[in-house]
Design a protein around this ligand. Structure first.
Ligand code: WT7
Length: 629
């Protein structure tokens, strides 16, 4: 298969100003990495001491393959690291959050205000009967109340499960059911490109036949009367009437769950990735401070949504733990025009900007005159995440936004890893096309399917060789799926990506090795899209593949066999596209649908998407010995 191939490596590299390294928290990367290797547990012990604990741990790591317990015996509440300690440390009047709406509306929260509002909402949740361990599902736009309610869950030990508010009712339903959420928190509407999108009606659809749900909390942004719908609903702000302001943090065991986050799997049902309190808090604080190098005056803008792990780790928990100022916004990159994001950077003085290759490629296409209209001098680090940052996009980002002097941090990681795993640490040479080197604390390699290390230039599978604190602990209610991550290649964690190293150990990510399609940085399982298609009465069978897309990286292409009696038509194409949009969401919409009479299969009946893909792209079909016909 594709594990064994040669890759021609670019050799270009850019050297950042030595001041970056000299001033950084990490210092010299190679020294830091050697320190870690000498004493891995000592390294993580030091990092864990940088957050707040109620009771110290007895042991840094207990590794009972494939189960890890980090900082066992220790207790903490992540919100004290994100809020309380900054109040004590003189940051009480520092801005924690700056929110910018589409129409230019702005709201700001100091650390003191955020702390107070989190505690009040935490008390409101308690009054509703929410207890430690209960699952709370979020389906919210990116507004301050979302962050407040999220931290309030963490404050009382409730487990949050955020569902991206661009997902459709069916996707939301499946996630509510799997997590057995007791409460759903939503808003009446989200705002996007000048349009008002009803979220509450989607929630309404999604909570049919979800017996676990007792309450739906609705944040009313427009004029809405919550009672109109049902007795289950509560108004976000009315819940705060008469609650106390003080809410002591729940004492959590280091290994208690902090949240569940669903990510697409290669089978139909998305996987509920479970992260725990102590290790996750340590990992995101460590990377916020030592990889993003967050300092007292930094203003961080991570353009992700909270519905993805990027938002959890680098909008909420990491930067707040490091005491930075965080920018959040509901804006899209090209509305009302493609200058909007650059104008926000100029106006708010953003110092660290973190976005996705798909956005960078969109900006490339519309032209550099847009960013050039604005003064971007406040920037000191620009980052990328979600899919490979191709060399052309790197060059553009570095030249146009980075002015040939600001380090580009391409960061490779996953929902499952919780924190940055591979990047080009500040001060190290940057190589276009390469994510970079493992962060100190992490041992990665590129191997063949037996786990043997591949020589430089030879492609292989990306693995992580040892446990790390912010690793996922299980897949919610599917521990077998969790074990699969660790039992495919020796005792290593298999990431599911193809990669290649160069002579300096730099890692280039080549894409997924499994049936995951990454559209504009969003993970989609082929099975998920296929089952949505098959739900339609006209569809007998469907297979989907990812095809290259200039802006989105990949786009969905669907092959469909129709039920007898249905004829291919443009109308049916639109209908099927709409159907996928409504059940999973706009990101899953096929860019093209082809009607076929049969699909390539193995003798055991499995659809061979690899063959469809090779045909589509006019490539060699590869090994077809298992093909049926
Ligand atoms: C998959 C994980 C981590 C937050 C966003 C995605 C791909 C992620 C990079 C990168 C190349 C990347 C991988 C990975 N990916 N970052 N810098 N270069 N590929 O989280 O939804 O869990 O997806 O995204 O294929 O396995 P996720």
């Amino acid at each position: 298969m594709s594990e064994d191939f040669e890759v021609i490596l670019h050799t270009k590299s850019y050297l950042p100003d030595p001041e970056y390294k000299a001033q950084s928290h990490l210092g010299d990367y190679h020294n830091a990495y050697q320190e870690f290797l000498k004493n891995p547990e000592g390294f993580w012990d030091r990092m864990a001491r940088e957050i707040e604990w109620m009771k110290p741990w007895d042991k840094v790591l207990e590794w009972d393959y494939p189960y890890a317990r980090w900082f066992s015996g220790g207790t903490l509440n992540i919100t004290t690291s994100c809020l309380d300690r900054h109040i004590k440390a003189g940051r009480r009047n520092k801005l924690a959050l700056i929110w910018r709406g589409e129409d230019g509306e702005e709201r700001v929260y100091t650390y003191r205000q955020l702390h107070r509002d989190v505690m009040r909402f935490a008390n409101a949740l308690k009054r509703l009967g929410v207890k430690k361990g209960d699952r709370i599902c979020f389906y919210m736009p990116l507004v301050p109340e979302h962050i407040i309610a999220l931290l309030a869950c963490a404050r009382i030990g409730a487990v949050h499960s955020i569902v991206y508010a661009g997902f459709g009712a069916e996707a939301l339903h499946a996630r509510i059911r799997d997590a057995e959420a007791k409460v759903v928190i939503t808003a009446d509407v989200g705002k996007r490109r000048g349009k008002v999108i009803s979220l509450r009606s989607i929630v309404d659809d999604a909570i049919r036949n979800t017996p676990s749900v007792e309450k739906v909390i609705v944040l009313c942004r427009e004029k809405c009367s919550v009672e109109l719908y049902s007795e289950m609903e509560e108004d976000f702000y009315s819940l705060l009437d008469g609650v106390e302001t003080d809410c002591p943090p729940e004492e959590m065991d280091a290994e208690d769950p902090l949240f569940i986050l669903y990510t697409s799997g290669t089978t139909g049902m998305p996987k509920g990735i479970v992260h725990t309190c102590g290790g996750y808090a340590t990992g995101v604080h460590y990377t916020a401070r030592y990889i993003f190098d967050l300092k007292e005056n930094d203003v961080l803008w991570c353009t992700a949504d909270t519905g993805w792990i990027t938002g959890h780790s680098y909008i909420v928990y990491g930067p707040l733990s490091a005491g930075a100022t965080v920018v959040i916004t509901e804006t899209t990159p090209d509305w009302p025009d493609p200058g909007i994001w650059w104008s926000i950077i100029e106006e708010l003085g953003v110092t660290i900007f973190y976005t996705a290759p798909t956005a960078i490629r969109m900006f490339m296409r519309v032209g550099e005159e847009w960013p050039n209209k604005y003064n971007l001098d406040s920037l000191r680090i620009i980052g990328s995440v979600g899919e490979p940052l191709n060399p052309e996009a790197f060059e553009w980002y570095y030249r146009v936004i980075g002015k040939n002097r600001i380090p580009v941090l391409d960061t490779w990681w996953q929902t499952e890893t919780g924190m940055h795993m591979i990047t080009t640490p500040l001060g190290e040479p940057m190589k276009p096309g390469f994510a970079g080197l493992p962060v100190p604390g992490i041992e990665v390699d590129v191997v063949d399917k037996d786990g043997n290390s591949m020589p430089p230039g030879q492609g292989g599978l990306l693995v992580i060789k040892k446990p790390w604190p912010s690793m996922m602990r299980t897949v919610y209610r599917n521990d077998e799926r969790y074990r699969k991550y660790w039992n495919q290649i020796r005792n290593y964690y298999t990431a599911g990506d193809l990669a290649v190293k160069d002579n300096d150990g730099y890692i280039m990510i080549l894409g997924r090795s499994d049936d995951i399609i990454i559209v504009a940085g969003h993970n989609l399982g082929t099975a998920e899209v296929e089952s949505a298609l098959v739900e339609h009465e006209a569809v007998a069978e469907a297979a989907v593949i990812g095809v290259p897309d200039e802006i989105k990286g990949q786009a969905v292409k669907a092959f469909v066999i129709l039920v007898k009696g249905y004829e291919p038509s443009q109308k049916l194409v639109s209908e099927l596209t709409y159907h996928v949009r409504m059940s999973i969401g706009p990101i899953a919409m096929p860019a093209s649908i082809e009607f076929v009479d049969s699909l390539p299969r193995t003798r055991s009946g499995k659809i061979m998407r690899r063959i469809l893909k090779a045909k589509e792209m006019n490539m060699d079909l590869g090994d077809t010995s298992t093909l049926e016909e």
